[in-house]
Design a protein around this ligand. Structure first.
Ligand code: FDA
Length: 394
């Protein structure tokens, strides 16, 4: 049986970063993954350019059943630390929008860098390795795998969440946590497009590909970005962001005119151009097709002249323009979700080291933990920061 100081399961963002940093501290490290390739999600992230961090990352950008949990790790390994690492490898990057940093060339640059760090410090990366079972005896973890048995004093679980099973996502991390007495905060898909009920799907599906600037809100989530109509429903950054705050059965509130208070604006238009049709006035702000679909959905009297439109009618139109209540049928689920919300209960792990409070030498890092970032580089920043916290402790 081969012995290591530390075994890490999952060669994704968190596992790779933890392996390199633990090895840098002189630990013998084995990083294993069942996939053929390390960092598969990194490779497809950010449209192939990896939005690897966010200039403004802070604890407010994360959802968790304990919002304070992420503070310690995020403050001890910040976006600037990762940016420094990227700079050391001469990886060219740019800010796209809202502090989101992307590689100029390819996400491959980030994976190569993480693997180079593992190699530099001597962490062994072993792919195509299925973990068949994990036992704990005499202060040691014993892993039986498809490539043989391994032993370590410390075990780091970096198996990620459930999103994109096609890329190798499994519930293994949660199962391992449960095996050692941990509770799991119920998981669901986050940063995911909404699907609509059949009638709305047909009506708005015809707008597929059209994007409009909105403010979208659900529960405590409130995001001003764009919304995209799709064949199945709605997506785009504003919608992906609120999906993480939404619960099944609820409506999403969408402000289609985020800079304008619609009712006073419509009254003003009525006074200034009474002979103009309601459709013409609204079309100044939307593609005609969007206006028509909304009008059909809400029976707006769009062919009427403003002078003939009652206050009650204008109020109803204004209410929809500023507070469109759209009740999704559901989400596209883990198939397209960028993240999994929920996970290993943070009350049962140390926020400083990521070590289990129930089981000595067992650590949880990255997305498997009940910490989920917004869209925009925040999830990778959590992966880097939580990985570093564990690497400093193992
Ligand atoms: P990650 O999923 O990266 O790695 C888990 C690893 O564990 C995988 O390699 C998997 O094969 C392995 N594994 C799972 N089960 C196993 C088992 N039973 N045995 C062995 N190995 C096992 N975030 C961001 O900040 N910026 C972005 O641009 C994007 N873009 C993006 C696009 C898309 C399409 C997706 C799906 C996600 C993103 N994300 C993102 C989110 C980001 O990819 C995610 O939060 C991190 O990859 C999480 O890192 P982890 O290391 O925790 O899991």
């Amino acid at each position: 049986m081969q012995k290591y100081d530390v075994i890490i399961i999952g060669a994704g963002a968190a596992g790779l970063h933890c392996a390199a940093n633990a090895a840098r501290r002189g630990r013998s490290v084995l990083l294993i993954d069942h996939a053929k390739q390390a960092g598969k999600k990194i490779l497809i992230s950010g449209g192939g350019r990896c939005n690897f961090t966010n200039l403004y990352a802070s604890p407010e950008n994360y959802l968790s059943s304990n919002p304070h949990f992420c503070k310690s790790a995020l403050s001890r390994y910040t976006q600037w630390d990762f940016i420094n690492l990227v700079a050391q490898y001469d990886i060219a990057y740019h800010e796209k929008t809202l502090g989101q940093l992307f590689c100029d060339n390819s996400a491959k640059d980030i994976v190569k860098m993480l693997l180079a760090e593992c190699e530099k410090f001597g962490a062994k990366v072993q792919l195509r390795t299925e973990v068949l079972g994990v036992d704990y005896n005499d202060d040691n973890y014993r892993l039986s795998t498809s490539q043989g048995d391994y032993n370590s004093r410390q075990l780091v679980v970096a198996c990620g969440g459930l999103s994109m099973p096609k890329l190798g996502a499994t519930p293994f991390g949660y199962q391992l946590a449960e095996q050692f007495g941990h509770s799991i905060v119920p998981v669901r898909a986050g940063l995911v497009p909404f699907t609509l009920h059949e009638q709305q799907k047909q009506r708005f599906g015809e707008l597929s590909g059209v994007s409009v600037p909105v403010t979208a809100a659900a529960n405590d989530g409130y995001f001003r970005e764009s919304m995209l109509f799709t064949h199945r429903g709605i997506s785009g950054p504003a919608i992906l962001q609120v999906s993480s705050y939404w619960q099944p059965g609820e409506s999403v509130s969408i402000d289609l005119l985020p800079d304008i208070e619609a009712y006073p604006w419509l009254k003003e238009q009525q006074a200034q151009q009474p002979k103009t049709r309601l459709a013409t006035v609204i079309q100044a702000h939307f593609p005609k097709r969007v206006m028509q679909a909304l009008a059909d959905e809400h029976q707006w009297p769009v062919d009427q002249r403003l002078a003939d439109t009652s206050n009650a009618q204008l109020e109803a139109v204004a209410e929809t323009l500023n507070h469109w209540q759209l009740k999704p049928n559901g989400t596209e689920g883990y198939r397209t979700a960028e993240v999994t919300i929920g996970g290993v209960n943070v009350d049962e792990i140390s926020s400083k080291t990521m070590e289990s409070k129930k089981q000595p030498g067992l650590y949880f890092i990255g997305e498997v933990v009940d910490v989920t970032g917004w869209l925009g580089g925040y999830n990778f920043q959590w992966a880097w920061a939580s990985a570093y916290a564990a690497a400093e402790a193992v």
